[in-house]
Design a protein around this ligand. Sequence first.
Ligand code: NAD
Length: 375
Amino acid sequence: MSKFAIIGCGFVADLYMGSFRTMPEAEIVGVYDLDHARLKTFCDHWNLKAMESREALFEALPEGGIVLNLTNPDAHFAVSSAALEAGFHVYSEKPLATRMDDARALHALAGEKGLLLASAPCSVLGETAQTLARAVRKGVAGTPRLVYAELDDGFISQAPYDKWTSESGAPWPAEDEFRVGCTLEHAGYYLTWLMAMFGPVKTVVAASATVVPGKVPGEETAPDVSIATLFFEGGMVARLTCTIVAPHDHQIRVVGDKGTLAVKEAWNNAAPVKFHRRFTLRRRLVDMPVGRKVRLDTKETHPKVGRWGAASMNFALGPMEMLQALTEGRDCRLSADFALHLNEVTLAIQGAGAHSGAQEMTTRCELMEPMPWAG
Ligand SMILES: NC(=O)c1ccc[n+]([C@@H]2O[C@H](COP(=O)([O-])OP(=O)(O)OC[C@H]3O[C@@H](n4cnc5c(N)ncnc54)[C@H](O)[C@@H]3O)[C@@H](O)[C@H]2O)c1
């Protein structure tokens, strides 16, 4: 039986539990949250054991267990450090840490202790991302030359977000989201896919800005717009856009010599991957307007979850892959190196401002192994 402990049971914790429903082999030994009322509501809803302190939770988790750090980004470093110090593997919600020094310290601590450390998002392990990566590997669109990836969420500050609640009733933490910023919150959804397909980023040339002030009264919040050009070590170039201002657009397009591979939804593990072949028609150059669906060789991939709010992603894919890695005595696909590099690139984009110029990355990660069913 696989053992997990949860720290932080707000909005996203319900999405994890909805995902764990599809993987009944996972056992959650207990939950802890600083907010005791929230802890009780969550544990009553999911029939889980509420622990009175973090120490009590660590007592209850057997050796070799995994701590799921689902706290707010500002608490990630302290909670993950404590879990690693206590001898547990850690799967953290994104970002690994809000400061690069802290992320490096976590990476070093996990290394010293011989523990696994991973950070979300895990949609890169899902069917759509794996299908896209396989199509790139197989050269479906010829040699890839350029990627455009958009994570535009619409003009969120005008959305009725006070009506957004999770299954057990946690409010969507709007102020925290605005303080942390859409780049730290969301860039990883496509950065992970890009890193899995093209390896580490060598240079980031980016700009970021806050174009809608006043989202949290009396406070200057994090950038709500970032636009990055990413130069990968292997030569690929990608543009990544992240905003909570521009109209909703979650497309990723990989442009190759023979046409374009396109996905329209980042947050749906089952979104179709389409190939739009390029051809000439008399004097015109045309990308086929209706794409051909690209498929894997198998339909046996992973359990899917229904849509809640904006997402239909299985949040348990990452934790369960970590568990599988432990069983097989190998590193997990969302490795500590991968998490650290993701953190560095994300912070470089978020912090770019108006004048950062080219930022050379100092961390590296291996090209990710495909999931066994997507080879
Ligand atoms: N809201 C979403 O749609 C969403 C989606 C995907 C990922 N995430 C990520 O999930 C994480 C949590 O976000 P959320 O939306 O659930 O936030 P939330 O505010 O709803 O929940 C966070 C919970 O963590 C608890 N907490 C904070 N510090 C703690 C500590 N030191 N010890 C114990 N408990 C602590 C808080 O009391 C709160 O209940 C963030 O990293 C966020 O980026 C959120």
